[in-house]
Design a protein around this ligand. Structure first.
Ligand SMILES: [Zn+2]
Length: 74
């Protein structure tokens, strides 16, 4: 069985950063940015093609990425 990529492609990340203005969507930070999955890969969606598409992703700094993981309903 072929091993699937589990991360968004660089193209998708660039789309997300651009959509979100290159800043953290929660605090507006411009540094230490990462891509947060609204629906996490570990929640049964890892094999779904939409999991790494832009609408499932948010730009978040490393601090807020942790906050989103702790507060998935916010
Ligand atoms: Zn932030």
């Amino acid at each position: 069985m072929a091993r699937r990529r589990t991360s968004p492609t660089d193209v998708v990340k660039a789309m997300v950063y651009d959509r979100d203005g290159g800043a953290c969507v929660r605090c507006g930070a411009l540094e230490n940015l990462t891509v947060h999955h609204r629906v996490n890969r570990g929640m049964g969606g890892a094999r779904e093609p939409w999991i790494n598409q832009a609408h499932n992703l948010l730009t978040a700094c490393t601090v807020c990425n942790g906050w989103f993981e702790d507060n998935p309903r916010e």
